[in-house]
Structures are given as structure tokens and as C-alpha cells.
Design a protein around this ligand. Structure first.
Ligand code: ADP
Ligand code: MG
Length: 671
């Protein structure tokens, strides 16, 4: 027998069964061997003294009263008996399973799986176990027509043939030696039927390492390829001119800005391809750094382009670029432009009379032909899909790429999801910024909040009010926002104009409302979370978030970042009566820190990676067994080994790997 053979080689396995197993993606013996349980039931018997109320557990003991079945109501019945474990006697009830009476004999030792009620000192039984079973029972995902029991039976049958011993090893011996990893066939057997917890942990460790190691090998190989000298543009910018420009800024750059700019310029100068993520909280000064990089490209005779998610942001960046570089010719390109204007701009871009371009998705349309495009920048990179970013990059001769994001990405995630990129971090705010004051209030205190808002409005403040998020229903979201707008309009009648913005509006409608708010035509802006995108209204100093506990930490942080953009003191008011501990915890953390990275780490721990980024669109891979948060140690070690390996010229075969891995100094030990 051989692992590549179909399941039908097993005795008694017919075409009907084969069809059912195919629904689970299982065709061959190997598929089945690698179909790991997604959890285990721990059937180790517990002492009744260690049980907590509501816990499901296995209790063994001696039956000390005969099983007695009581019928009541229509068809309902209860089977009861007493079980003695050591000195303790507990009562056991099974509902509507009268046939179990045959299995329960006086004086017999049995094991019951059930739920413990500590007040009544009793167990509601779910299952009678014939004998005390192995400690850990695998639980598999099953499909219609395949039961747990039948799946276990087939898997056991396959292991009985010994065919798993022929599974090909996928890790080089040198790595297995270094990290004391089980072989693939040992690990596979132990994943299904571990002898004990210790063996299971070792199997898991091996399987996770394998997953994360090959993932990192791919990323690191990609990164190495990017870096190779011949792969990108060497942009020979004018160092002096760039330094002069920096000196002419109305403010000194922060240390973190300088460091990031140096990293970017070094990438641009080198012949390798730049693929860099620039992270920093809103207002940390990313745009200035990106603009300086664009300027550097200009001094080397290259065009550069910056793509942003909305027209209003394009306008904003266009104005600030013009202010920074009054002598350059800068163009804006959006889909809303009049056709004639657009034609003129397009031809100026194509003939090279334009130095810098800022725009929306319009920048990647077929009609746009660049002239010596050296640098492309995307702002709020997570708003663009992978394809859009690729199209942008393909617009030139492999231009350098800089992506900006204000979503703080914990290091844990950055090295996985973005492992093929380099990351620069601006983790320092410009001097003189007043940190936003965050307060958590209950709904009952809303009156006094609104009173305070009145007095702030009298001092010309502007206010954002975020309406509650109803996850299940966009329609309810809208209804909430509309109702809130109505209430606040009445409350502030005669004193302030209250505007409304929500996700059902068209982009140009939203832009117009934002523009009015910026122009102070409205003082209060009620909005659903569509406000999140990086619009800058420095005069807005108050952010009120209704039912704030419905948002995750990262989102709250993003929302809060809409204020605190000017020199005035800003406030974030979280209105929430959280029902859960995690809700309370989130409100508390928000009032304690304004550090986006601290919040992102906390968010990741509380919610897991998938929820933060929406795993699918973010390109964060889903692993079968490994978890990038929980298995951070393994991930980090896998990354370290992989990057050392791809640093060498020749690493294609095991023999070439061996010395690289052996020479690697022991650093993190994971287990
Ligand atoms: P981001 O793009 O990270 O949100 P910006 O680059 O738009 O931040 O900067 C926000 C504001 O801070 C802008 O008005 C900018 O001119 C100003 N700024 C940027 N860097 C500094 C600095 N080092 N010192 C003072 N102000 C700065
Ligand atoms: Mg910005």
C-alpha cells in the first residue's frame, strides 16, 4: 500500500463512502492522515471535589443504587441513580434515555460524561462510557453522512496498515535535529491518537513549525528577490536638495520621521526594489515624509504618484504638496474630473511636464500613461485591494513602492502578514501636540456631556458624533444615525447646525458634507463609521462615540484619531454601558493610553488576528494548525531561520542548508 492510493483500497470502503469523504477534501490515504482533529475531548476522569458548577467532565464511580426511570408529562422521562466516588456520593440523571437502564448495574464501575451542578451535587448525564477511555479523544469536522465514530474507525484502520510510516519527510534532518522535532509520520500519528498530552504537544510543535517555516521561506525568498540589485530602480536623488528642503520646513522632523525617511531614501538609492510600509498614528507626520520621498524622486528626474482612497483626501494632499513644493508642477487626477480637464492632465503626465501626481483610483486606469515613474505611494494602504496595488506598481518599470497606514499593526502581525515588506515606524508625535483626553461615561451621564458640548460650541468647537454600530444590519445602522441626527438637531436647534453622513451615501455626497464641516457650515457631524478615512479637520476637537463598547480597540483608536489634529486640546467621549467584561476592559484601556501600538497589541490579544483585519482581504494567511498570535515564538524562530537560509546564495538542497542552520546561534527556544 502507498499513501497516494485512494481510500477505496481499504477493505469495505465503497464508492458511496468515497463520495462522502470527498466532501471533506479527502481522496487519498495521505489526505486522511493529514486530516487532523480540530480539538480533543479530555475524557480523563475527574474527582467530584475539583469540579466547578456547570463544568462538563467525566466522573467515574460505583453504581450504588439501581437505575430508576420516572415517566412524567408527555413522553418525557428521567433515569436516576447514585454514583459513589471515594467518599462522595452524587446523583446522576439522564433525561429521555430510558434504555440506558440496561447498562447501569448495581455495584458496577462506570464512567459518566455529564454536566456538574454544584448546588444539587448532581450530574446531568450526556453519555455513559463503556469503560474509562483513552485520555484524549480526537474530534473531527465531519460532513453529512459521516459520523465522528465512522471517521475515527476509518482513520484507525489506515494507521493499522502502517502506511503512515511511508509519509515523506518534509523538513530537512538538520532542522529536526536542531529543534528536536518529531518526524512527520510520528507527528501525524500523535496528532490523531496521542498517548498523552506531552506527546500531543510535541506533535503540535512539529506541525506548527513546519507550517510557519515554509510560510516564512516563501516570504523571505520573495523579499530577497526584491532586494537583489538588478530588480528595481536606482534613484540617484540629490542629497543636498533634499536636505535643503527639510531645513526649509516650518518645523524640525521628529527622530522617528528622520529614521523613517533615511530608510526610505536608502531603498530608493539602491538598485533593489523598495517595498516598504510606513506606519504611524494619524498626525504623526507620515505625509510629510512621503512628500519628501516624492521630492527626492523629482531631483533624480523621476515622476512620482500618490494614490489615496477618496477625492477629498486627494484634494487635501494636493494642496499640501503645492504648499511644500511651489516650484514643481503637480497634478491631481480623480474620476470626478471633467473630461476636457482630464485629457489635458493626462497628456501632461505622459509627456513628462508633470512632476508629481496625486489622485484616487483614477491613477491606475488604462488611460494613464506615466513618464519615468520612479515612486508610487498608497495612503491608507488597507483600503486598496492587492490587485489595485499591483496595477499601480505595473504602471512603471517596477517603481519603488511605499505604503502608508495609520492602522497600527502589531509587530506580531507585521512580520507575518507583511513579512515580504520592510516596515518603517513613526512612533513619536511632533512636539507640542496635546494628547487627546479620553473619558468613558455611562448613558445616564449623556445630559451633562451635551451640556458641556454646548459650552464648547460657544467657544467655536466642532464635534463628531459616531452613531452605534449594529453589526448585523446596515439598515439598523442607518436608522440609528438618522434618529440620533434628529434628536441632536432638536437639542441644539438655534445654536448649531447638525449634519449627517452615512455609508449609503454616494462618495460625492459624503465629500460635500465633509467639505461643509471643514468650512464650518456645520458644527456637529453625526456619522456612522464611514468617517474613519483620514480626513483632516483641525478645528474639530470633540469626538463622541455612542455605544463605544460595540467597537474594537483598533477601530476606536482610528475614530479617536479624527480629533487632536490642531493645537487645541481635544476630547474623546466614549458613551457606553458595557455588559461584558471585555467591553469594560476596552473602555478602560482607551482612557489609559493613546499609543496605537499598545492598543493594537491589546486588540489582537482580545480578539485574534482575523477579526482585526478581516483575514481574507488582508492577505494574512490562514494556517491549518498554527496561530500567529499564540504561536508567536515559533513564528519568530521560523522567520529567523528562513531569513538566514535565503541570505546564502545556494540554499536549494538539504546539504546546502545544513551548515547554515548548524551555525545559527540558539536564540529563542520554543515549546
Ligand atoms: P499623517 O499623514 O501621519 O496623518 P501629516 O503628515 O498629515 O500626518 O501631519 C499632520 C500635521 O502635522 C500636518 O499639519 C503636518 O504639517 C504637521 N507635522 C508633520 N510633521 C511635523 C513635525 N515634525 N513637527 C510639527 N508638525 C509636524
Ligand atoms: Mg496622512
Amino acid at each position: 500500500m502507498n499513501v497516494r492510493e485512494p481510500l477505496s483500497v481499504l477493505k469495505g470502503f465503497g464508492p458511496k463512502s468515497a463520495e462522502k469523504f470527498q466532501k471533506l477534501g479527502i481522496y487519498t490515504l495521505e489526505d486522511l492522515l493529514l486530516y487532523y482533529p480540530f480539538r480533543y475531548e479530555d475524557f480523563k476522569s475527574k474527582s467530584v471535589f475539583e469540579l466547578i458548577d456547570g463544568e462538563k467532565a467525566v466522573i467515574t464511580g460505583t453504581v450504588v443504587t439501581p437505575a430508576n426511570v420516572q415517566y412524567y408529562g408527555f413522553k418525557r422521562n428521567r433515569l436516576g441513580f447514585k454514583l459513589k466516588q471515594g467518599e462522595a456520593v452524587v446523583s446522576v440523571s439522564f433525561f429521555n434515555q430510558p434504555y440506558l437502564a440496561d447498562k447501569i448495574e448495581l455495584g458496577q464501575e462506570i464512567a459518566v460524561f455529564g454536566k456538574w451542578d454544584s448546588a444539587k451535587q448532581s450530574i446531568t448525564g450526556m453519555k455513559v462510557l463503556a469503560q474509562v477511555e483513552d485520555d484524549m479523544q480526537p474530534v473531527y469536522r465531519v460532513a453529512q453522512g459521516i459520523s465522528q465514530a465512522s471517521l475515527v474507525k476509518v482513520i484507525k484502520a489506515v494507521f493499522d496498515t502502517g502506511v503512515h510510516l511511508e509519509l515523506k519527510e518534509t523538513l530537512p534532518q538538520v532542522l529536526m535535529d536542531k529543534y528536536r522535532l518529531m518526524t512527520r509520520s510520528q507527528a501525524t500519528a500523535a496528532m490523531h491518537f496521542p498517548k498523552d498530552l506531552a506527546e500531543y504537544k510535541q506533535a503540535l510543535r512539529r506541525v506548527k513549525f513546519e507550517e510557519l517555516f515554509y510560510f516564512q521561506m516563501n516570504l523571505q525568498a520573495l523579499k530577497a528577490e526584491n532586494k537583489s540589485e538588478s530588480n528595481g530602480l536606482a534613484i540617484a536623488y540629490d542629497e543636498q536638495k533634499v536636505q535643503d528642503k527639510i531645513a526649509a520646513l516650518p518645523f524640525p522632523l521628529t527622530g522617528a520621521q528622520k529614521r523613517s525617511l533615511d530608510e526610505i531614501l536608502a531603498d530608493m538609492r539602491s538598485g533593489g526594489h523598495m517595498n516598504r510600509l510606513l506606519q504611524g498614528d494619524v498626525g504623526s507626520g507620515k505625509t510629510v515624509i512621503a512628500s519628501l520621498a516624492m521630492y527626492a524622486a523629482y531631483t533624480a528626474g523621476f515622476q512620482s504618484a500618490m494614490m489615496v482612497p477618496t477625492e477629498i483626501l486627494a484634494e487635501q494632499h494636493y494642496l499640501s504638496l503645492q504648499e511644500l513644493f511651489p516650484d514643481l508642477s503637480i497634478a491631481i487626477l480623480t474620476s470626478g474630473m471633467k473630461a476636457a480637464v482630464k485629457r489635458t492632465v493626462l497628456s501632461a503626465i505622459a509627456d513628462g511636464s508633470i512632476d508629481m501626481i496625486v489622485g484616487t483610483h483614477a491613477l491606475i486606469q488604462d488611460s494613464v500613461v506615466y513618464h519615468k515613474l520612479g515612486l508610487v505611494i498608497t495612503d491608507e494602504q488597507h483600503r486598496f485591494g492587492v490587485n489595485q496595488r499591483r496595477l499601480f506598481r505595473e504602471k512603471g518599470e517596477n517603481p519603488d513602492v511605499l505604503m502608508m497606514t495609520a492602522t497600527p499593526i502589531p509587530r506580531t502581525l507585521a512580520i507575518t502578514a507583511f513579512g515580504e515588506m520592510d516596515v518603517s515606524i513613526i512612533d513619536e508625535l511632533p512636539a507640542g501636540r496635546k494628547p487627546i483626553i479620553t473619558r468613558w461615561v455611562k448613558h445616564q451621564q449623556l445630559d451633562s456631556v451635551l451640556n458641556w458640548v454646548k459650552s464648547e460650541l460657544a467657544k467655536n468647537a466642532q464635534v463628531y458624533v459616531i452613531s452605534p454600530l449594529i453589526e448585523e444590519s446596515e439598515a439598523l445602522d442607518l436608522k440609528n444615525a438618522v434618529a440620533l441626527h434628529q434628536e441632536l438637531s432638536e437639542y441644539f436647534a438655534g445654536q448649531a447646525t447638525v449634519a449627517l453622513m452615512h455609508g449609503r451615501m454616494k462618495n460625492d455626497e459624503k465629500d460635500a458634507i465633509m467639505q461643509d464641516f471643514k468650512d464650518k457650515k456645520s458644527q456637529i457631524l453625526v456619522s456612522t463609521t464611514v468617517i474613519e478615512v483620514g480626513v483632516n479637520v483641525p478645528n474639530a476637537t470633540i469626538m463622541i462615540i455612542m455605544d463605544a463598547d460595540r467597537f474594537g480597540l483598533s477601530q476606536l483608536h482610528q475614530l479617536r484619531g479624527r480629533v487632536g489634529r490642531g493645537s487645541k486640546q481635544s476630547y474623546a467621549i466614549l458613551v457606553a454601558n458595557p455588559k461584558t467584561d471585555s467591553g469594560k476592559e476596552r473602555m478602560k484601556i482607551m482612557t489609559e493610553t493613546t499609543d496605537g501600538f499598545v492598543l493594537a497589541e491589546a486588540d489582537l490579544k482580545m480578539r485574534g488576528s482575523g477579526e482585526i483585519f478581516g483575514t481574507r482581504q488582508s492577505g494574512i494567511p490562514e494556517f491549518q494548525v498554527a496561530d500567529i498570535v499564540e504561536d508567536y515564538n515559533i513564528l519568530e524562530e521560523a522567520r529567523r531561520v528562513a531569513s538566514e537560509i535565503v541570505k546564502e546564495k545556494n540554499w536549494q538542497t538539504d546539504e546546502q542548508w545544513a551548515p547554515i542552520v548548524q551555525n545559527l546561534k540558539e536564540k529563542t527556544d520554543f515549546d
